[in-house]
Design a protein around this ligand. Structure first.
Ligand code: ATP
Ligand code: MG
Length: 427
């Protein structure tokens, strides 16, 4: 029976009392993106498996261990998206959106799927808000995206997040760095975890991202990418930092920051919270100048970030940021009898048509119980409909905050203009 009454491990429901808070947060994120010229992108929940293998990268945990991949009834291998960037690049190419001119600036809200060990802040179905910019190669774009992250947290009233920043260079300078890393880790291979020994040959940078404490200790002494940057990458990274400083954005250059996905180049960054325990990264992103070409397009600089909405909500909760609950009724229509109910059904729809949230009882409650329910539900006003009201067409509008009553004429039968006047008062 538990199969019928328990959601799959690592997933969660949002009931209206929680979803209302999410809606508020989503509205802030949407507004911040649109202020900076981003438009919403919606892509499918599943894509061809090859898309993620190619873009996220064969050596990543996501591709090696975490994807929800299955064969559909037509024999195709499809995968529930583990992240949003691959789909965005695919959509850009499929619709040749770059022909509309660059930059192309997208934001998205997606559900993502990763077969991970569920724990606080780590789910199998989670949600991201993300942005992607295609076209801008200049460090000013890195600054815009990072500053937008900062602005989002400010707009939401979140405090105490630290911005970690690094550059992981371009394929040219990274080749040298890989050699240095390989030499360093080879000498200490016996102390590495088994996964990292496997990473040594294929992608030694992944070792820097390992969550095993022994590997972490060894990684702390590893050569730093920032010492291997080529002149162009170095200049780019310095500019990004200058722009951030000029904008008053505090940050820490963190040489151990490499990010979990293979497609990054140059700037990578994370916003980290101290309110989250082990799963402390709320937002992560960076540049991926090679990905569009890798996927079959023209060389196109690009960058973006994604934030985990569950983790964001956890930070908001930990910091006591108040979020709204579901919208209460503007007016509750309490009915004395069946005839009054017929009037309430019609009146409620007329009020709703004017944008007034109006509701009534359909659970067979007594008038007294309806009044109690109205009070508990947080309705702002109550109108009692009974024999007198139906005959005279005049009702009393009770303000639930003050307890005061004001008459309102609605007509008998209900008169459209008079209901509109009441709606004006109740809105
Ligand atoms: P982590 O190191 O925590 O596993 P990641 O590097 O895998 O993160 P990204 O792929 O960059 O994460 O995803 C961006 C953001 O999405 C993360 O910073 C985090 O807020 C969120 N996120 C990633 N995986 C999960 C998950 N399994 N459950 C909830 N949120 C997640
Ligand atoms: Mg991960």
């Amino acid at each position: 029976m538990a199969l019928l009454t328990q959601a799959p491990k690592g997933t969660q429901d949002l009931l209206p009392r929680q979803a209302a808070g999410w809606q508020k947060v989503e509205a802030v994120l949407r507004a911040q993106a649109e202020l900076r010229g981003f438009g919403e992108l919606r892509t499918p929940v599943f894509e061809h498996t090859e898309l993620f293998q190619r873009s996220v990268g064969e050596t990543t945990d996501v591709v090696q261990k975490e994807m929800y991949t299955f064969t559909d009834k037509g024999g195709r291998s499809v995968t529930l998206r583990p992240e949003g960037t691959a789909g965005a690049v695919r959509a850009l190419l499929e619709h040749a959106a770059y022909n509309e001119g660059l930059p192309q600036k997208y934001y998205y809200f997606t559900s993502c799927y990763r077969y991970e060990k569920p724990q606080a802040g780590r789910l199998r179905e989670f949600h991201q808000f993300g942005v992607e910019l295609f076209g801008p190669g200049e460090p000013a774009a890195d600054a815009q995206v990072i500053l937008m992250g900062g602005a989002i947290f400010r707009a939401l009233g979140v405090k105490g997040l630290s911005l970690h920043l690094n550059s992981i260079g371009c394929p040219a300078c990274r080749a040298e760095y890989h050699k240095a890393l390989h030499a360093y880790f080879s000498a200490r291979a016996a102390e590495l975890c088994e996964t990292c020994r496997g990473r040594l040959e294929r992608n030694p940078m992944r070792i820097l991202d390992c969550k095993n404490p022994d590997c972490g200790r060894i990684a702390a002494g590893a050569p730093r990418m920032t010492d291997y940057l080529c002149a162009d990458c170095r200049t780019h990274f310095e500019r990004v930092q200058e722009y951030l400083r000029a904008a008053g954005m505090e940050f820490t250059v963190d040489p151990s920051l490499v990010r979990g996905l293979d497609y990054y180049t140059r700037t990578v960054f994370e916003f980290i919270s101290t309110d989250l325990g082990a799963q402390s990264t709320v937002l992560g992103g960076g540049r991926y100048d090679g990905l569009v070409e890798e996927m079959g397009g023209k060389q196109t600089p690009a960058l973006g970030f994604a934030m985990g909405l569950e983790r964001l909500m956890m930070v908001l909760q930990a910091q006591g940021v108040a979020l709204p609950g579901p919208r209460p009724s503007d007016v509750y229509l309490a009915c004395a009898d069946e005839e009054a109910k017929a009037c309430a059904v019609r009146l409620a729809e007329m009020l709703c048509a004017h944008g007034v949230a109006a509701d009534y009882d359909a659970c067979g409650r007594s008038l007294k119980a309806q009044m109690k329910y109205a009070g508990k539900s947080g309705a702002r006003a109550v109108i009692v409909l009974g024999g007198d009201e139906l005959r005279t067409g005049v009702v009393q509008v009770k303000d639930m905050a003050t307890g005061g009553q004001q008459p309102a004429e609605l007509g008998a039968p209900l008169d459209e203009a008079k209901v509109a006047a009441l709606a004006e008062r109740l809105r």
